[in-house]
Design a protein around this ligand. Structure first.
Ligand code: GLA
Length: 388
């Protein structure tokens, strides 16, 4: 849990003034439903107890100054025009949210803030969505406006799509706003309804194992997958003679009738998405029946599908999943988020956590000759705003 006071102290030191408010938002881990969100599909996700905090105060001048503790960098900019800055790309998430607020007619003015917290950057736990959510709530505390959590999550996603230029779905931002302690969220990305399911106790630990692989092409490969899913919609719409806007609009039976007529790559992408949706539904039943072993099996199937059908895994991630399943106490493991590198998520019995980490690190180092950093998390609560 982020210590809000350490952020407030940091602000005090940096700006010689007392902060008035903070927005605090968690990272997320996708448990099932890989690359289903932008296809109108189902996702199974949790917020974690690692957060980003944006903490500061209003200033009378029309100026914004933000300091990132993690990067030890400060940037300062005018409220208008809001433009991307390749020297401080992390500030684009802040600017993206400000630009969206303005687009929605929500007024805001000058402020200065520090960005702190214990959520690692670039480890596949969506620090970008957490920064967007924390910024939106921090501004809400300084310049109050009325907007519910769903619209806030959509606003933050739009910030990322339109300002940052990353064509992500709603998974990350939704998880950050809607997370609940020791509970898992099932989100239907078509009608935007969700269910919160309490996890049976003892609630498993979430262990993230960082493959250390950062595929240079992550963004472009993500885009390619999105385009392939859209291309598949057009092909299926032609074959079926009906409108298909997203892969969720096709039933499994319709797909099974038509799949032979499809190009192999597109067929595999569709197969992955449709079966992932089914796995999320099975995951709901597994959690309701307190059957975490079954949930774990579904995670491994999800990983295999990402590897073979969606082709967004890599050999380090595959190795980590295979080895994890040989270690006692691990219910399940899979890649999480965009893929092509990044981390695996492992659901581990609390009493086996230390032994699990020791074993997986040893095996990874032996195989790849480099360490495998891990992050142990609990399932945490969603984003919130604090007046200081
Ligand atoms: C990234 C994106 C999400 C989602 C996942 C894959 O995390 O930001 O919107 O598409 O990848 O499930």
């Amino acid at each position: 849990m982020t210590d809000i006071h350490s952020c407030a102290n940091l602000y005090q030191q940096r700006f010689q003034s007392t902060p008035r408010a903070a927005g605090i938002a968690p990272g997320r881990v996708e448990i099932l439903g890989n690359h289903t969100d932008y296809n109108g599909g189902l996702v199974f996700t949790v917020a974690i107890d690692k957060t980003i905090t944006v903490c500061g105060e209003k200033i009378p001048e029309p100026r914004i100054t933000v300091y990132s503790e993690a990067l030890q960098e400060e940037t300062s900019f005018a409220p208008e025009p809001l433009v991307k800055d390749s020297a401080h790309p992390w500030a684009d998430y802040v600017k993206g949210v400000l630009a969206q607020l303005r687009k929605h007619g929500i007024p805001w003015g000058g402020f200065q803030a520090v960005i702190g917290g214990d959520l690692p950057i670039g480890a596949g736990v969506s620090s970008s969505a957490a920064l967007e959510a924390a910024t939106a709530l921090f501004i809400k505390a300084l310049y109050p406006y009325d907007m519910d959590k769903l619209r806030l999550a959509q606003l933050c996603r739009a910030a990322e799509n339109e300002f940052v230029g990353m064509p992500c779905g709603l998974l990350d931002q939704f998880s950050s706003f809607f997370g609940e302690k020791d509970s898992i969220i099932m989100l239907d990305c078509r009608d935007l309804t969700h269910k919160i399911l309490p996890l049976p106790s003892p609630v498993p630990r979430i262990v993230l194992c960082d493959s250390g692989t950062r595929h240079e092409l992550v963004d472009s490969e993500y885009r390619v997958r999105r385009e392939q899913c859209q291309a598949a919609c057009r092909v299926l719409a032609n074959l079926l003679g009906k409108e298909i806007n997203q892969l969720r609009d096709i039933t499994m039976l319709e797909f099974m009738d038509l799949e032979d007529a499809m190009d192999d790559v597109l067929r595999r992408r569709v197969r992955h998405v449709l079966y992932e949706n089914q796995r999320v539904m099975r995951g709901v039943a597994a959690v309701q029946l307190h059957n975490l072993h079954h949930l774990g099996e579904l995670m491994v199937q999800s990983h295999q599908s990402s590897r073979n059908l969606f082709e967004n895994s890599c050999r380090e991630l595959d190795f980590l999943v295979e080895e994890a399943m040989q270690i006692p106490g691990c219910y399940g493991a899979k890649l999480t988020g965009g893929g092509f590198g990044g981390s695996t998520v492992n659901l581990v019995q609390p009493e086996h956590t230390e032994e699990f980490i020791r074993a997986i690190q040893e095996r990874f180092e032996l195989k790849f000759g480099r360490p495998c950093p891990t992050l142990v998390c609990s399932v945490g609560e969603g984003a919130r705003m604090v007046e200081l």
